[in-house]
Design a protein around this ligand. Structure first.
Ligand code: ZN
Length: 235
């Protein structure tokens, strides 16, 4: 299970600042993602960051990190801006994967609880406008012609343009709590047994197996039957 985490912005893309000017989105995203990656690895899952320092990374390059490594999950991390009273957490999912809405809801609840912004939890499908705005990273990653990353999300943790939420985004204790909560939720949702990938592959390639008790022992007869079936035996 490989999760690619994308800290939004960075390098010369550094113009998004908070209500007071103290919080800077490109820095806040990176700090949060470094913690998130640490907790994901502690939970036994692989994790790659699209950037681990304050550098420019294009939307295409971000998407390519996930595509080239055949990631199972891609999550872009941001904080939001809007009118002064806009507040809360939003999770975007791919418009091409409508069933991801339930996962997006679950992630949005986790994030908003961890930031204590429970008054406003939203999910939205991305719009197919690759390149037109930042949400293009969702569409590129979910729809690449070589490999389509199965689960793609963009998380707006809270509004840095909101006076109270900027303080939450600056608070290192809150940020740490949130990164841990998100890593734990990702484990709940995505961490599959290592045998699951082989099970999926076999089923996609014509060797039907209904049993998913991955830790149960297998008999010699069952091994013979599996090998025979994988070679076209229809017995
Ligand atoms: Zn952003």
């Amino acid at each position: 299970m490989l999760i690619v985490i994308d800290p939004g912005h960075g390098g010369t893309e550094n113009k998004n600042v908070g209500y007071s000017g103290k919080y800077r989105e490109h820095v806040g995203n990176l700090e949060y993602c470094l913690k998130l990656a640490k907790y994901i690895k502690m939970n036994g899952m692989d994790c790659i960051l699209t950037r681990d320092e304050d550098t420019n990374v294009s939307i295409t390059e971000r998407s390519e990190v996930a595509v080239n490594n055949k990631a199972d999950v891609f999550i872009s991390i941001h904080s939001d801006a809007g009118e002064e009273n806009a507040k809360g957490s939003t999770v975007f999912y791919s418009v091409n994967h409508p069933t991801d809405k339930n996962i997006a809801i679950s992630l949005a609840k986790t994030i908003s609880e961890s930031y204590n912004t429970k008054y406003s939890v939203r999910t939205r499908p991305s719009e197919n406008r690759a390149g037109r705005d930042y949400y293009g990273v969702i569409d590129r990653t979910a729809n690449d012609s070589l490999y389509k990353v199965p689960y793609v999300f963009l998380i707006e943790r809270a509004f840095h343009s909101n006076k109270d939420e900027e303080l939450l985004l600056l608070d290192k204790t809150v940020s740490d709590r949130s990164a841990k909560a998100l890593a734990d939720k990702l484990k709940d949702i995505f961490n599959m047994h290592w045998g699951q990938k082989y099970w999926n592959w076999l089923n996609e390639n014509g060797v039907e197996i209904h049993d998913t008790r991955f830790n149960d022992p297998i008999t010699r007869a069952e091994v013979f039957a599996l090998i025979a079936r994988s070679r076209g035996c229809k017995l």
